[in-house]
Design a protein around this ligand. Structure first.
Ligand code: NAD
Ligand code: UDP
Length: 324
């Protein structure tokens, strides 16, 4: 029997989504990419447009959509703080109404559906590293809440559709991921530091730079997500997917300066409200259930990302919002 599946990727033109589409197209699946291009652009997937097993639909997932598919990866949502805070109500709608629309489609088609959740469900964590059983410490009325609480509500919807309607779901909690293909005006720390270093601009460290993050390379992340989709139906997650290597933001800034050989200076700016002080995934569950762990060390991943950024023409990218 053919192993070819009809796979919908929402947010498929974005940083992670476009790489996921590349993988699925290469595996010969019938891939439908849905995106409203809020934080991405068509050029991210233009190399796939002439492939017979790839289709691109401009659509906003807060509105219903009628398709026949076997699997859904739900990645549509702005992911960088500056961009998701630009229109916070829309961000919450994308997570909640998008989940309802896509879970309805999964229920009707009996499709498997995976939610790209986030380490942000842990908020500013009191336990370290974060395990999936930790329920988090999110400020429900803060500036990050539109994203954090939207993603938490989406997880709730996924589990309720699973329990009440027997929808075949998967939830992955993604920790900070970087790599070639990031939007240069995305505003996240890795893309900002590399863009600034390569263009001789000041490197903007927020706060004292002693907050930590754990950075996962794009390919490792996408591999984990695919393994979760293809894993046993009994294992719905949530499962942490991330790289446990933990670095301060100041360490990251120094690594980028060293690797680019840049003359840029580090400058310090105010720390945004509710910025988590530390973040590191416990990946015991992913290792045990999916046989997955990241392979790419930060030094090598940064090298590849820097090489990619050297060829990026900034004037070919539209900044999604002024917040980068
Ligand atoms: P991204 O911003 O590059 O991609 C998101 C995509 O979703 C973009 O192409 C955007 O245009 C699209 N989109 C946004 N709102 C939409 C809507 N209403 N309808 C249709 N499309 C819409 O971000 P990314 O890093 O590729 O993240 C992909 C997913 O993974 C997101 O759901 C994000 O929350 C999650 N995630 C990413 C990270 C990370 O570090 N990259 C960490 C945790 C979670
Ligand atoms: N950050 C920074 N300078 C920047 C962008 C981000 O110091 O130009 C910091 C930010 O305050 C946070 C960390 O880097 O502590 C990671 O930020 P990012 O926006 O990449 O993702 P987050 O994990 O906060 O969602």
């Amino acid at each position: 029997m053919s192993q070819i599946k009809r796979v919908l990727v929402t947010g498929g033109a974005g940083f992670l989504g476009s790489h996921l589409c590349e993988r699925l197209v290469a595996e010969k699946h019938d891939v439908i990419c849905v995106d409203n291009f809020f934080t991405s652009q068509k050029t991210n997937v233009s190399h796939l447009l002439n492939r017979p097993n790839f289709e691109l639909i401009r659509h906003d997932i807060t509105h219903p959509l009628w398709l026949e598919v076997d699997e859904i990866y739900n990645l549509a949502c702005p992911a960088a703080p500056g961009h998701y805070q630009y229109n916070p109500i829309k961000t919450m709608k994308t997570s909640v109404m998008g989940a309802i629309n896509l879970l309805g489609m999964a229920k009707r088609c009996r499709a498997k559906i995976l939610q790209a959740s986030t380490s942000e469900v842990y908020g500013d964590p009191e336990i370290h590293p974060q395990t999936e059983s930790y329920r988090g410490s999110v400020n429900p009325i803060g500036i990050r809440a539109c994203y954090d609480e939207g993603k938490r509500a989406a997880e709730t919807l996924f589990m309720d559709y699973h329990r009440h309607n027997k929808v075949n779901v998967r939830i992955v909690r993604i920790f900070n991921t970087y790599g070639p293909g990031m939007h240069p005006f995305d505003g996240r720390v890795v893309s900002n530091f590399i863009r600034q270093a390569l263009h001789g601009e000041d490197i903007t460290v927020f706060g004292a730079g002693d907050q930590t993050r754990s950075f996962c390379y794009r390919d490792d992340l996408v591999e984990g997500m695919i393994r979760m989709m293809n894993g046993p139906d009994e294992f719905v997650g949530p499962v942490n997917i991330g790289n446990p290597g933990e670095f301060t933001i100041l360490e990251l800034a120094k690594m980028v300066i060293e690797q680019t050989g840049s003359k840029s200076k580090i400058i310090y700016k105010d720390l945004p409200a509710d910025d988590p002080t530390r973040r590191r995934p416990d990946i015991t569950l992913a290792k045990a259930k999916l046989g997955w762990e990241p392979k790419m060390p930060l030094t090598e991943g940064l090298k590849r990302t820097i090489e990619w950024f050297k060829n990026v023409k900034l004037d070919e990218f539209r900044a999604p919002t002024p917040n980068y």
